[in-house]
Design a protein around this ligand. Structure first.
Ligand SMILES: [Fe+2]
Length: 345
């Protein structure tokens, strides 16, 4: 591949004349924006220990009342993107959010899509689009684009959850904003009850719902049960994984990011295919060594790590007697919709 001309190779007065006209020569930057063979992600393999961040998050509860924070969050930032940019990857934002007993995070809605994976504590709830979603360890709760949501806590101990948003992408698109609103009236009925039986969807008067997001809470007990059933039914199955889907469309639960639960059998090592999107791993139960491009991270319960797109990833269950359960988030729906999704080897 031939070397292209550099900016320094050009006469200074010529570069200045270009600048005056808001013009830039492409060739000095061409290889950077179109690297050969595969992308060069800024995203770095990064690990966040829950044991290390938990006291800092609880300290935030002492330092900053909820009224002064609105959402009390420590952002899990990837140093490859600069910590101040608050990105886990180019399209994913991760935050650990703390809600203390009696606190209430007021209603708002925004253009970025969010989900929360509940990490610890009982008694908190989030009301999304009028549905009261209780929070327990491992539950996944959606707050898709444009839906009102607010959080409350009737329990007696701190509640922590992991927020996953497509904020970096929506912000990059200059499409990110929020609107505050009044406290929502809770509607009777829960999507997760209406869609609790696989293969059966509600059809009052022969019509499927036109609601874009009919199911907002995915209880961990259901996801874990589905994984255990898969593993028991198909002992030869190498990768025991389920995808969180919209039960009406069968497609991904949200538009931009994908969400999955993965089980590793006792002692299992699983090499994932090299794929174009970045992936986040969060340990729900058990312990996994996640090796990303040669960097090994020992995930214990509630730990989180991020792998850039195009990386070689190996998951190893550290226990020979117990299964390991992981929550995964990735940018696959985005890549697929844009036609840039790739799997290699
Ligand atoms: Fe929000």
């Amino acid at each position: 591949m031939n070397e292209l001309g550099r900016l320094e190779d050009l006469p200074a007065d010529y570069v200045e004349a270009l600048k005056q006209q808001n013009l830039v020569p492409l060739w000095p930057s061409l290889r950077a924006v179109l690297p050969p063979g595969k992308p060069r992600p800024l995203t770095q393999p990064t690990f966040w220990s829950y044991e290390a961040l938990r006291p800092l998050l609880l300290k935030a509860g002492e330092l900053t009342p909820i009224e002064k924070a609105e959402r009390r969050v420590l952002v899990l930032a990837n140093p490859g993107h600069g910590l101040e940019n608050m990105k886990a990857s180019s399209a994913m934002y991760l935050g650990m959010q703390l809600l203390l007993p009696g606190e209430w995070a007021p209603a708002h809605r925004h253009t970025p899509n969010a989900v929360r994976m509940i990490v610890e504590g009982e008694g908190a709830y989030t009301t999304v689009d009028g549905q009261k979603c209780t929070m327990s360890r491992g539950d996944l709760i959606l707050t898709p684009t444009g839906l009102w949501h607010e959080h409350g806590h009737d329990g007696s101990a701190p509640v922590v959850w992991l927020d996953v948003l497509d904020l970096p992408l929506v912000y990059y698109m200059e499409a990110s904003y929020h609107v505050d609103g009044p406290r929502q009236a809770v509607q009777p009925g829960q999507g997760e009850r209406r869609y609790a039986r696989g293969g059966l969807v509600p059809t009052p008067v022969f019509e499927r719902t036109s609601t874009a997001y009919p199911m907002l809470r995915y209880p961990w007990a259901e996801a874990k049960g589905a994984l255990q059933a898969l593993a028991a039914d198909q002992p030869q199955l190498a990768s025991v994984q389920v995808t969180y889907t919209n039960p009406e469309t069968g497609g991904h639960a949200e538009n931009i990011l994908g969400f999955y639960a993965q089980m590793l059998r006792p002692g299992q090592t699983l090499r994932l295919p090299v794929r174009s999107p970045a992936t986040v791993f969060h340990q729900i139960e058990g312990g996994t060594t996640v090796t990303i491009e040669g960097s090994a991270f020992a995930l214990a319960e509630a730990d989180t790590c991020c792998a850039p797109g195009w990386s070689e990833i190996v998951l190893a269950n550290r226990s020979d007697t117990e299964p390991s359960f992981l929550f995964l988030a990735d940018e696959a729906p985005l890549h697929t919709k844009l036609g840039v999704y790739e799997v290699r080897g």
